[in-house]
Design a protein around this ligand. Structure first.
Ligand SMILES: NC(=O)c1ccc[n+]([C@@H]2O[C@H](COP(=O)([O-])OP(=O)(O)OC[C@H]3O[C@@H](n4cnc5c(N)ncnc54)[C@H](O)[C@@H]3O)[C@@H](O)[C@H]2O)c1
Length: 273
């Protein structure tokens, strides 16, 4: 196993939607790299399970906060949890996401708003709620010492399907490309505070969002479509959550201190027109 110890030593991260899939893999990798993590999810049991997995790696490394990133009062509480449990907040990973796929002419207002609320507005809420803990300490350090003690980090999520434009995902594509815009704006607004803001676009990754979709399933992708995507991936396999977590760790670590406002595709070589 690659040794990561020290890469995120003494750092504290909030990871949204970390009960399952990519967020859970990020939490575990961050803990292996020395961080303490607040695991957010809207679902209590997966969040508790992810925290147990982190604690098994490193006792005292994980706290759980259950709630929805769509609720701005809750996201304030979520960021406070990091400070109350671990004394500070250094890294925010805006991973929570959901799909409600339908062709454009059949999509309900409800499913449009749900997907925009979670994937896009949730990112905004979390960044605004994190400002007192990311931006303010950096500002004080600048005033006192002329430089920040270390760079703080935000990692947002978009999607290779969104870059390409995916039939049946007008709501998801709009939300995810909105996150690219958020990334570019906040990167410029907060660069002088030593806060790096970057975004990761997973390719097709093995999680419940991409599991084979049966009749009546809300989430998932029809098997025929899964196979069509697989044909286009030069590496010949779908990503695993850990593949994506590696790129997120890079953006969370000091290795990326001079990179901000950027996007990266983690897609096994999938070419996006
Ligand atoms: N799986 C893929 O192929 C793929 C591709 C591109 C982008 N992504 C993005 O990666 C991120 C992680 O997705 P995943 O594939 O691990 O999915 P997942 O469903 O396995 O995990 C997402 C988690 O987010 C949580 N969540 C949903 N709504 C929430 C809310 N309102 N508040 C807090 N938590 C909430 C869910 O309960 C779930 O545990 C998402 O932003 C997704 O859009 C995934």
């Amino acid at each position: 196993m690659i040794t990561l110890q020290g890469l995120l030593q003494d750092r504290v991260a909030v990871i949204t939607g970390a009960g399952r899939g990519i967020g859970r893999a990020c939490a575990l990798l961050f803990v292996r790299a020395g961080a303490r993590v607040v695991i957010n999810d809207i679902d209590a049991e997966p969040a508790a399970e992810a925290a147990r997995a982190c604690e098994a790696e490193q006792p005292g490394s994980a706290a759980v906060s259950v709630g929805s990133v769509t609720d701005p009062r809750y996201t304030d509480e979520l960021m406070r949890t990091a400070v109350e449990r671990f004394g500070k907040l250094d890294i925010l990973v805006n991973n929570a996401g959901v799909t409600r796929d339908r062709m454009c002419h059949l999509l309900s207002d409800e499913d449009w708003h749900l997907v925009l609320d979670v994937n896009l507005t949730g990112t905004f809420h979390c960044i605004r709620s994190a400002a007192p803990y990311l931006r303010e300490p950096a500002k004080r350090e600048l005033e006192q010492f002329g430089k920040v003690a270390y760079n703080r980090k935000i990692i947002n999520f978009f999607s290779t399907a969104a870059i390409r434009g995916n039939p049946g995902q007008i709501n998801y594509v709009a939300a995810k490309m909105g996150n690219v815009g958020i990334t570019r704006v906040v990167a410029q607004e907060w660069a002088r505070f030593g806060i790096n803001v970057n975004a990761v676009a997973p390719g097709f990754t093995n999680t419940r969002l991409t599991a084979p979709k049966g009749p009546g399933d809300t989430l998932g992708v029809p098997e025929e479509q899964r196979q069509a995507v697989l044909q286009r991936i030069p590496m010949g396999r779908f990503a695993e959550p850990e593949d994506i977590a590696g790129a997120v760790l890079f953006f969370a670590s000091p290795l990326s201190d001079y990179i901000t406002g950027q996007t990266i595709n983690v897609s096994g070589g999938l070419q996006i027109p």
